[in-house]
Design a protein around this ligand. Structure first.
Ligand code: DOR
Ligand code: ZN
Length: 356
């Protein structure tokens, strides 16, 4: 049995408040534990979106009641909530500020660079800013980080041009970090027909699955990539297969098995995984260590990924039928047995807000 520290996923969508039929804080954090993740950072594109003290309280109240693993909640950047310096106690209660600068699921997109600038000016420098910014908006956001001389973390990069611009920006000393999702490392647009099974909505995700050349460039530049984050974005199969399918893939329960399989194939080392799922996210997002917390993995267990075995409420995975090697057997969280062989052992509400 391989013993690992509890993993950190800095990018998940818990869907509560507002869309608990896709996922709620209980099912989402159960999926986290089943995937060896003991700390999640939740995105703010819920209904209502989380963007002020009232909505933050709303999300944190549900999380407190229902979370099985530890967590923190992002605030979303809007057109009006730009005066963070007037209320410094609010940013400190959040995982960080999430800025949606390109179109995706939810209503939080910001088009005006004038608004971006206000957030960059007023959000405290020692607290994280994370952006959903693809291609040229990513380059624009890196310029903002340079202008205001503050860190920015780029969510889910997927393109060769993105990883190369980040590499060049880091070489210049700009304070930029980034994450990649397993689905952008293990899938390309060539896989869409197999994922779709005749339902094109199942292949929809933002950023979109990219070309083989993009995927190869991410693998070739792993040293530029600071974190692996799932962007766990559950939508039900009925929604994915209906009209106007929402973009998003679940990912919490498949990330570690996929990465351990890559380790067993010699494409990664276990230290590559641990730096990107423990030490780097802890540093970038300023997260506390979780005492007496670990994950036991049977690294030789070979099996097939099946949505039917999962805890997420969404009921499907783009990796259905994949052969993987490496199974999470036990999770201990702050001294308590939290998960064992498919069963959640902590009571609902055991999870702690790490910003409290
Ligand atoms: O595919 C995506 N789904 N990308 C995002 O940025 C948002 C997410 C969601 O919330 O469903
Ligand atoms: Zn996301």
């Amino acid at each position: 049995m391989l013993k690992l520290p509890g993993l950190i996923d800095p990018h998940v969508h818990m869907r509560e408040p507002g869309a608990a039929h896709k996922e709620d804080w209980n099912t989402g954090t159960s999926a986290a534990l089943a995937g060896g993740v003991t700390l999640v950072l939740a995105m703010p594109n819920t209904r209502p979106p989380i963007f002020d003290p009232t909505t933050l309280d709303l999300a944190l109240a549900v999380a407190k009641q229902k979370a099985c693993c530890d967590y923190a909640q992002f605030l979303g950047a809007g057109a009006d909530n730009t005066a963070w310096n007037a209320h410094p106690e609010i940013p400190a209660r959040a995982a960080g500020l999430k800025m949606y600068l390109d179109q995706t699921f939810g209503e939080l997109r910001l088009d005006s660079m004038t608004i971006w600038q206000k957030h960059f000016k007023t959000w405290p420098k020692h607290l994280p800013i994370v952006t959903h910014s693809e291609s040229r908006s990513m380059a624009a956001v890196i310029l903002m980080a340079a202008i205001y001389d503050r860190p920015v973390h780029i969510a889910h990069i997927s393109l060769k041009e993105e990883v190369l611009v980040i590499k060049a920006a880091k070489e210049r000393g700009i304070k930029v970090t980034c994450e990649v999702c397993p689905h952008h490392l293990f899938l390309s647009k060539d896989d869409i027909p197999a994922i779709s099974q005749g339902h094109p909505g199942r292949g929809e995700v933002r950023p979109r699955l990219a070309t083989k050349e993009d995927v190869d460039a991410l693998w070739a530049n792993l040293d530029v990539i600071d974190c692996f984050a799932t962007d766990h974005a559950p939508h039900t199969l009925a929604e994915k297969d209906g009209d106007n399918p929402p973009p998003g893939f679940p990912g919490l329960e498949t990330a570690l098995p996929l990465l351990l399989t890559a380790v067993s194939e010699g494409r990664l080392t276990i230290n590559d995984v641990l730096s990107r799922m423990v030490t780097n996210p802890r540093r970038i997002f300023n997260l506390p260590e979780q005492p007496e917390t670990w994950v036991e993995v049977d690294e030789d267990a070979a099996y097939e990924i099946r949505a039917a075995d999962m805890h997420s409420r969404c009921g499907w995975t783009p990796f259905e039928g994949w052969q993987v090697k490496g199974r999470v057997r036990n999770v201990v969280l702050r001294g308590q047995k939290a998960y064992r062989d498919g069963k959640i052992l902590v009571e609902v509400g055991y999870g702690k807000n790490v910003r409290e």
